[in-house]
Design a protein around this ligand. Structure first.
Ligand SMILES: [Zn+2]
Length: 322
């Protein structure tokens, strides 16, 4: 969700299908999945290591993208496939790239995908191939950032979808967790990385500034929610309409997910209580189709769609201390 009030970076549409230089020893291939949530597409990073190439986020399940990665690798062996998190636009190509190369998949030891186990399960602070994993839940429960030193010595962080240069992150419950997201933002703000290399969008210099802005923006949103609750009780859909007033239907859905995430954080902090839900869908939501025409995006099930509709009926009030 671009928010041009913040210091987000834009870039011209990058060239497709080839390795673009990022920093010494690091390249990226931008996947062919541009969109309202993915910007020009998912960044697949290639890191030159002594024993071959490390791939960070193989990208969406697009055979052409996998072919592009293999072409870019050329005669160099792909040694490992590393996932920042288990969303489809990042890990969808993992199995086919693994089948083509024999490289093992590295990911957080507790996957957000039930039943999925990585070949090499990672924990917070696990070190391998010059990378150090940092568990940074919020956008996804299994989200990892990776600390790395580029060959010119610059200290960088592969920041996945936790902090992106082009837009704020979606935090959609139950997997997305706003309380964890705040904590993970503070964690990366306390570091002194020179650049973030995000899952979408260009390289981000002076990244602590944007991370601090993102946190301040969330705090402002949280205060607006608390102020609205001082006046009356709200359903999620009505409050999202009041605070965001988005006209684009997909942004409307994203806004309700963000409001729910904030409210559940406040509930976890005992500042808000949940009431009986509304029985009627808010007009904003009732007017939306059950899902956009055509097949559901990969990784989205009808259960997710109906869950997110029923979440819009959930009603909350300020907690009163007795
Ligand atoms: Zn993503």
């Amino acid at each position: 969700m671009p928010n041009y009030a913040m210091a987000f970076l834009q870039e011209p549409e990058p060239q497709r299908g080839i390795r673009l230089p990022v920093l010494p020893g690091i390249g990226r291939i931008v996947a062919r999945n541009p969109g309202i949530m993915t910007y020009h597409g998912t960044n697949t990073y290639l890191i030159d290591e002594a024993d071959g190439l490390t791939i960070i986020d193989p990208g969406p399940p697009d055979p052409q993208h996998v072919a592009d990665i293999l072409t870019a690798a050329g005669d160099t062996k792909i040694t490992r496939i590393v996932l920042t998190h288990s969303h489809f636009d990042h890990m969808g190509a993992a199995e086919s790239l693994k089948a083509a190369t024999g490289a093992p998949v590295y990911a957080f030891h507790i996957s957000a995908i039930p039943g999925y186990t990585a070949d090499i399960p990672l924990h917070d602070d696990t070190e391998f191939a010059g990378l150090t994993a940092l568990h940074t839940p919020g956008h996804a429960s299994d989200h990892l950032c990776f600390q790395y030193s580029a060959s010119d010595g610059s200290k960088i962080l592969f920041s996945g979808d936790h902090v992106m240069s082009w837009s704020s992150s979606i935090v959609s419950p139950p997997e997305g967790d706003m309380l964890a997201y705040y904590r993970s933002l503070r964690r990366v703000m306390s570091r002194n990385d020179a650049f973030y290399l995000p899952g979408h969008g260009p390289k981000l210099p002076e990244p602590q500034n944007l991370a601090a802005e993102l946190l301040a923006h969330r705090q402002k949103r949280e205060n607006a929610i608390l102020a609205a609750l001082q006046i009356q009780d709200w359903s999620i859909a009505a409050l999202a309409h009041e605070l965001y007033a988005k006209s684009d239907p997909s942004l409307k859905v994203a806004a309700t997910r963000n409001v729910l995430a904030h409210i559940l954080k406040l509930k976890a902090e005992n500042k808000v209580t949940e009431l009986a839900p509304d029985t009627q869908l808010h007009p904003d939501i009732a007017s939306l189709p059950d899902h956009s025409p055509g097949p559901l995006p990969p990784g989205v099930t009808m259960a997710t769609v109906s869950q997110s509709r029923s979440d819009t009926l959930r009603r909350f009030a300020l907690a009163r201390t007795v």
